[in-house]
Design a protein around this ligand. Structure first.
Ligand SMILES: Cc1cc2nc3c(=O)[nH]c(=O)nc-3n(C[C@H](O)[C@H](O)[C@H](O)COP(=O)(O)OP(=O)(O)OC[C@H]3O[C@@H](n4cnc5c(N)ncnc54)[C@H](O)[C@@H]3O)c2cc1C
Length: 163
């Protein structure tokens, strides 16, 4: 390959690839937050619409717990994604924060999309409602740009080196 086609410094390709992954993890984290937010909105809307035993299922405590867990999880994931993005913009080492944001957002997306189907009952399993697609789409979040197992390795390595 001609020398003129060399991208970056010679021998630094692995480090550059890892840096690209750090950045991509913030994007996957944002995707996870967006998916979770969408599923959450569908969950709340349906819980208010669907009546059982004479009242909206939103009045049932079991449904409210799923809504509360979703709201909490999304807020925590969004905060981590913003923090990782802020650290990147500030030129700080954001490897651990990007892994944390991606891991948290993908696990929150999985739980919220799962619960959104649960709140919809059998309609959640059908293609008539968007939560079925959201549940399939969220599976990528814990695989692409490094699996959840790899995010935990990255976080642990950084944590062990820090203290
Ligand atoms: C829809 C989709 C789009 C994608 N888009 C892109 C893209 O645009 N660009 C790109 O480069 N890649 C892309 N990928 C690939 C993705 O990044 C890889 O699939 C992912 O990193 C996992 O690698 P793998 O499939 O080789 O799994 P493997 O590495 O074979 O992992 C299999 C299992 O073993 C576990 N495992 C592997 N190594 C370890 C370890 N050291 N410790 C503990 N557990 C481990 C994994 O966590 C996983 O559970 C995409 C994947 C999907 C599904």
């Amino acid at each position: 390959m001609p020398l003129g086609n060399l991208l970056g410094a010679e021998g630094a390709g692995f480090v550059q690839t890892m840096q690209t992954l750090d950045s991509g993890r913030i994007s996957i984290g944002a995707l996870g937050v967006g998916l979770a937010q969408g599923a959450y909105e569908e969950m709340v809307k349906y819980a208010k619409e669907r009546t059982a035993f004479g009242e909206p299922i939103a009045n049932k405590q079991a449904i409210q717990w799923m809504i509360a867990d979703a709201a909490l999880g999304i807020e925590s994931a969004r905060t981590l994604v913003y923090k990782a993005a802020w650290m990147k913009d500030a030129g700080r080492d954001y490897t651990k924060m990007a892994a944390m944001a991606k891991l948290q957002a993908s696990e929150v997306a999985e739980k919220v999309c799962h619960d959104a189907i649960q709140v919809h009952g059998s309609y959640g399993y059908s293609r008539e409602y968007p939560v079925e697609r959201m549940y399939r789409d969220q599976r990528l979040m814990s695989i692409g740009e490094g699996t959840s197992q790899i995010q935990r390795l990255v976080i642990a390595r950084k944590a062990l080196a820090e203290l």
